[in-house]
Design a protein around this ligand. Structure first.
Ligand code: ZN
Length: 110
């Protein structure tokens, strides 16, 4: 999935800290090993109980080093409101492909 990221020519994301990890959604702070840019990553799986295909969505938002530090040092769940729609350009990736969005959900599903 990291080929869709826009930080550099050869993005390769390493995990810095998992903020939230459940079977159907996760949130983490990542850093590109090639250029050092920080990203917030959210993954969410929507289960189709009617027997259709489950759908998975990834969101990536570029964050500053300060923001990554704030997220990683938070006690409990950090405030993710600054990522909400309209506030931060993000990349959304699902089975339709990758597209740019104006933000991502500022909270998880669980
Ligand atoms: Zn990069």
């Amino acid at each position: 999935m990291s080929k869709h990221l826009t930080c550099c020519g050869e993005p390769s994301l390493g995990l810095l800290k998992t903020l939230h990890d459940k079977s159907h959604d996760s949130e983490s702070v990542r850093q590109c090993a090639s250029c050092g840019v920080y990203w917030f990553h959210r993954w969410h799986e929507m289960i189709d109980f009617d027997g259709g295909d489950d759908s998975m969505t990834d969101w990536y938002t570029r964050i500053t080093e300060d923001e990554s530090r704030t997220l990683m040092s938070a006690n409990g769940r950090p405030d993710l409101g600054f990522l909400e729609l309209g506030k931060r350009p993000s990349i959304c990736i699902d089975e339709q492909g990758a597209r740019e969005t104006g933000g991502q959900p500022g909270h998880s599903w669980t």
